[in-house]
Write a protein that binds this ligand. Structure first.
Ligand code: SF4
Length: 64
């Protein structure tokens, strides 16, 4: 079990919540995106918190 893929769908408002909760995974350029090359399983609780905290619910992840 673990998070293998993280992505941000359209309609991100660049509010900054995800990046402040987990800058190791989320980075805002024009909109937020999940960084490549990160071992997401190291940050599962932070990713879940960011997804729950996103005001427009556009943070998605796949786990196995
Ligand atoms: S919390 Fe959601 S809306 Fe805010 S920057 Fe992150 S993905 Fe975008």
């Amino acid at each position: 079990m673990g998070i293998k893929k993280v992505w941000v769908e359209e309609d991100c408002t660049s509010c900054g919540v995800c990046e402040s909760l987990c800058p190791e995974v989320f980075e805002i350029t024009d909109i937020s995106h999940a960084k490549e090359g990160v071992n997401y399983t190291d940050y599962e609780s932070e990713i879940r918190e960011a997804a729950d905290s996103c005001p427009v619910e556009v943070i998605k992840f796949d786990e196995d």
